[in-house]
Design a protein around this ligand. Sequence first.
Ligand SMILES: *Cc1c(COP(=O)(O)O)cnc(C)c1O
Length: 235
Amino acid sequence: MSSIAKQLQVVHARIDAAARVAGRDPQAIRLLAVSKFFDAGAVVEAARAGQTAFGENYVQEALDKMAVLKQAAPELQIEWHFIGPIQSNKTRQIAEHFDWVHSVDREKIARRLSEQRPPDLPPLNICLQVNISAEDSKSGLAPQELLPVAQAVAAMPRLRLRGLMAIPAPTEVEQEQRAAFRRLRELAEQLSGRGIACDTLSMGMSADMDAAIAEGATIVRIGTAIFGQRHVGNP
Ligand SMILES: *Cc1c(COP(=O)(O)O)cnc(C)c1O
């Protein structure tokens, strides 16, 4: 068995254990394999081991990988999730080539994705990224900006609003990890209370997935724990 296949087993066992501790059904938690900076060969290995959903942060890197995979392993059915910052001039490629986008944090970007989603594809699944750690102001909607954007996105014809995503400020303190993930869950509950149905909480990475699962994650986005360390200087 390849080391990627082994690591996938380890990660699935970790998901199962965290779900059990939380009294949750492990089947309710999807594993998104984050393959940024790893090549198409790594994706093939993971896919042949049963992994179906892959996350990418950079449009060009992802499209290059998709092209290689189409040639090298056309039989693989892969679901592609875009999880990186979105520039306006990249929305068309994202709308044409991905199944999910986790990192929408502006109404304008959502509108472009909806307009550019090809009519022969199903609606694009969307998570709104929320900046739940105030000190990390890089990307994400502020919690108080969320409701109007969620209402707008829910009404866009070629998008399907699925839920919320967050990347909290890193901390090794589990209580702090949980507090941040809890805030995201509460925001999703508030949206549901306003009639905006959400079935997805995209939260938890290699270092904090256990806390995320304890707080209700339905998708965990895992790179390092599956593929190993990315090169120095990479995000
Ligand atoms: C890189 C990345 C991940 C995976 O992080 P790991 O710590 O390697 O598991 C998850 N989510 C986002 C948005 C990322 O950019």
